[in-house]
Each structure stands twice: as structure tokens, then as C-alpha cells.
Design a protein around this ligand. Structure first.
Ligand code: MN
Length: 500
């Protein structure tokens, strides 16, 4: 059955700006997915709760809105399933159309079914237990069918369970402020930057509501290189503080692996996966309940500007967020294409392959964006719905990569071992796996001149001045102020990968 038939039947897509996307069926989404609550100022104000399930958004209209108050039951009228694209919908539905009025995103995040059986089976049985990981709504909720109906719509009740996130007296209308998005976060003010610059080699820096104890600020971490530098730890703290509003959207709600070079990039660095032992209370963290004995249990989660500054002070240079988010840790939200140059691969060769990927993605109707790694390669980041398994994203990236390689076999090796690749590039699809990561957009790389990994518009691949290490910590803020982040609009985009 077409689950969106009712959705389409109610709407005239020549008139309404609402999405008219075909909801793709997906095998199952037992491990959780996105949710949204939209504030809908229609004839009557209400809040629409939508949960991503099996390729659509199952939806309820909640007249008084969801609440964190565990003593309150809210009527929730089950309405027609909506397409996945509706997750991001905001706008005016014109007068005379179904649902006429204005729609804004009131909360967004991820949800996780927690009861017995599949979420669909729980819905069919009339009681769904679930956790919400939103900006406003957090903790455990229950939806339960009352048996009453209004017209052809079932009446349900939405309840907040009494847990650590419950807040008695919490009123929906007191929380109508816009949800955080890019710029949610703020970098340092002029005064805060001046204080950082004026500080001696160590001191306390007030930033993002936190007193940070900074040390060894004048230590050179990066020698000069690529026409830039040298750069000190103070420069690194400055970069990660200023880039925070653009970088945090790639880090929030994800475990992060860190590469530290406390003695500078010419000394050897090391990977830090576990939460640093001296991490302050305010630093985000996540416990991997599935960790095998002896493996990392507690990971850092970087979700505020001060956390980036704190990490920089620790000599953290590279940030590698997981491709999955906390609420659905077994399901990636990015599929990653990695053009990993060999010793005889030129940057022009890399660009040839990147353009072939562009053509392949366009052919498949899938959106992605390239980024220079700051070292020699280019990666392409493709947002996906959390209905995919890692095996599915890996299989898809491998198939697209093999099809690109078939056009330029002279440039690509499929050998696993570096010394057997004959200097050729590798199209590494294997990073699409649990615990595997690639370097984040806007992360610094451990090389002379402190190059930065920067997202690009596709057209920029044709810019003759493009270099993989074109931007560094001294000029990347000019770049982002001028061009923004070409990848930002794809964050969270619910794309279903086609079968290949
Ligand atoms: Mn509505």
C-alpha cells in the first residue's frame, strides 16, 4: 500500500509549498531515526509530532503541544503519514489549502523505540514507548491509543514518563523559541579574542560560559609550510573557538575520536578515543554499552564551543566524528566517499575522480558535496536517512567507487596493502563501518602550515587555484565568512540510497 496516498490526496502541490516527495520504503528502522515537532499556526494552533518510521513520518497533531511534565496527558490525534522531506519543512500553507497557516520547526532530533517488538507492531497494538533526543524534548515518552476517534482519526494520549528529564509544570508555550541550528552556537566575541591574545603563556580564559585553564599557549605546534605559519597552540585555540558554529553541527550527538599532538605535529601524535581522564563535568560524553571488555567505554561528545577550545588546549588537532549519532549508533547518517591518493597520484588525478563521482551522484539523484582534506585528497560526504545499515552504506559507496574506477582504471588500485598499490589511489569505502571515521569538515590537519579540511561547491573543483591544502587556520575564517559552508545545507537531509 502507498502510505502517502492520504497525504497527497489532501494537497494541491501547485499551490502548497509542502514537500511532494515520494517516500521510499525502507526495510526497517528498529534502531531509531529522526523526529520533528512542528508548531502549526493553523485555524487552531497545534503542534505536529512526527516520527520517522519505515520510510515515512508517522504523525500526530497535539493541540496543546508535547510537554516534559509527567503529570500531564496530552491529546494527540493520529493524522496521515507524511513524507520524510517534511522533517525540514517550514513555511506558509496558503489560505484555502489543507492546513492553511504557518509551520515552523519547534523541535528536532532523534527518537528511539524502547518497548518490546518492532515500533510498527507497537503502533498496531496501540502503545508506543520511545525516547526522544531533541533540543527541547528529552527522555522517555509513551503514545497510547484511547479507542476514541475524531472523524476518521484515532485519538491517542501523549505522556511523559517520570525520569531524569521530566520537569513538572513545563509549559509548551514557554518554549516557543526557535530550535538551534547553525549559529545556534557563537564563537568568541571581540573582547574574548582580545583576552586570549593578551594572555601570557598560560591563564584562565572565559569563553562560552566556562573558565578554561589554558597552558603553553606560545608553544609552536605547526612549523611554517604551504606559505603559512608557524602557528602556536594559541592559534589553534583561536581557530577551534572561531570555527565552532560551523564545526559543531558535524560533531554534536556523535562520539568523536581525537588525534593529539601535544608536542607539535613534527613529533609523534596519538589517537585518543576514550574520554580524557581530566575532562570537566560540562564536557559531553557517551557510554558505549556494547563495548567489549578492554575496549573504549566512554567517548567524548563535543557539543559546545568551549569543548572545542578545551580540546585544542589538550593538543587535539584532528577531530573524527562517528558517522552515526547517539540515538541510532548502529545506523550511519553519512555515507562517505574517500579518494585517497597514492604516491604517484597527482591532485589533477584526484579532481578527475571527484568529477566522476559528481556525475555518478547526479545520475543517481543523490546529493553530496566534496571537501578538500587539507592534506592531499578529496572526500565526498553524502547524507543518508538512519534507515541504512553500515553494510548498506559501505556496499553502496563500494559500488559507486567501482563504477568510477572502471572509467579510470589507470588511476585506481584495489589492493589493501599500500606497498602493493603501485602508487595508485585507493577509493576507500571501508570507513563506512561502525567505529570507523574520517576527518571532520573544518578540522585542522597535523601538517606544517596548519591546513584545514574545507567543504566545497562542486564548481570549485574547476578553480585552477584549488589546492588540497589551500586553506589554513590563518585564512579559513575569511573563507567561511565569504562562502559559508557548502555542506551545511545537506546536514540531516533524509536521503534514501537507491539500490545499485
Ligand atoms: Mn498540522
Amino acid at each position: 500500500m502507498d502510505r502517502l496516498e492520504r497525504y497527497r490526496a489532501k494537497r494541491d502541490f501547485d499551490r502548497t509549498p509542502e514537500p511532494h516527495h515520494e517516500g521510499a520504503a525502507s526495510p526497517d528502522s528498529a534502531s531509531g531515526a529522526s523526529f520533528v515537532v512542528q508548531r502549526h499556526q493553523a485555524q487552531r494552533l497545534h503542534y505536529d509530532l512526527r516520527l520517522e518510521l519505515d520510510g515515512v513520518l508517522v504523525s500526530w497533531a497535539v493541540p496543546k503541544g508535547p510537554t516534559l511534565d509527567p503529570g500531564v496527558r496530552r491529546l494527540a490525534v493520529r493524522v496521515e503519514d507524511h513524507p520524510l522531506d517534511y522533517l525540514r519543512f517550514e513555511g506558509e500553507i496558503p489560505r484555502g489549502e489543507y492546513g492553511a497557516g504557518s509551520v515552523s520547526v519547534w523541535d528536532v532530533g532523534e527518537w528511539l523505540p524502547v518497548g518490546d517488538g518492532t515500533p510498527q507492531a507497537q503502533l498496531d497494538a496501540g502503545t508506543l514507548h520511545f525516547d526522544l533526543h531533541g533540543h527541547k524534548l528529552r527522555g522517555r515518552f509513551v503514545l497510547t491509543r484511547t479507542g476514541r476517534s475524531s472523524g476518521d482519526a484515532d485519538q491517542w494520549l501523549l505522556l511523559k514518563k517520570d525520569d531524569d528529564e521530566a520537569v513538572p509544570g513545563w509549559e509548551t508555550a514557554d518554549h516557543d523559541d526557535p530550535v538551534p541550528s547553525v549559529a545556534q552556537w557563537h564563537g568568541p566575541t571581540e573582547d574574548e579574542l582580545a583576552a586570549l591574545d593578551a594572555m601570557g603563556s598560560a591563564g584562565a580564559w572565559s569563553f562560552d560560559g566556562v573558565e578554561l585553564g589554558l597552558t603553553n599557549l606560545d608553544k609552536v605546534l605547526f612549523p611554517a609550510g604551504a606559505g603559512r605559519g608557524p602557528f602556536t597552540k594559541r592559534d589553534l585555540v583561536r581557530h577551534y573557538s572561531c570555527i565552532a558554529p560551523w564545526l559543531l553541527p558535524y560533531l554534536e550527538q556523535r562520539p568523536v575520536n581525537l588525534q593529539r599532538f601535544p608536542n607539535g605535529v613534527e613529533a609523534s601524535g596519538f589517537w585518543q578515543k576514550n574520554l580524557p581522564s581530566n575532562a570537566p563535568d560540562w564536557l559531553g560524553r557517551w557510554h558505549d554499552d556494547a563495548a567489549k571488555p578492554g575496549r573504549t567505554e566512554w567517548y567524548s561528545v563535543i557539543d559546545r564551543p568551549a569543548a572545542l577550545a578545551w580540546m585544542a588546549n589538550l593538543g587535539v588537532i584532528e577531530l573524527h566524528p562517528w558517522t552515526s549519532r547517539l540515538a541510532s549508533i548502529d545506523r550511519p547518517s553519512w555515507a562517505l566517499i574517500d579518494i585517497d591518493p597514492g604516491t604517484s597520484t597527482t591532485f589533477d588525478d584526484v579532481l578527475v575522480m571527484a568529477r566522476l563521482f559528481r556525475t555518478a551522484l547526479a545520475h543517481l539523484g543523490i546529493e553530496g558535496r566534496p571537501k578538500v582534506t587539507g592534506q592531499r585528497g578529496v572526500q565526498i560526504w553524502v547524507p543518508v536517512t538512519t534507515t541504512h545499515t553500515f553494510e548498506q552504506t559501505r556496499t553502496w559507496v563500494e559500488a559507486v567507487s567501482r563504477s568510477v574506477a572502471s572509467i579510470v582504471p589507470e588511476l585506481v588500485s584495489w589492493s589493501w596493502r599500500t606497498d602493493e598499490r603501485g602508487g595508485l589511489a585507493r577509493l576507500d569505502y571501508t570507513q563506512n563501518a561502525h567505529h570507523k571515521t574520517l576527518v571532520a569538515p573544518w578540522s585542522v590537519r597535523p601538517a606544517p602550515g596548519a591546513p584545514v579540511s574545507v567543504p566545497l561547491e562542486w564548481e570549485e573543483l574547476d578553480d585552477p587555484g584549488l589546492r588540497p591544502d589551500r586553506w589554513g587556520i590563518d585564512d579559513v575564517m575569511d573563507r567561511v565568512r565569504e562562502r559559508g559552508d557548502p555542506l551545511a545545507s545537506l546536514i540531516g537531509r533524509p536521503q534514501q540510497l537507491s539500490r545499485f
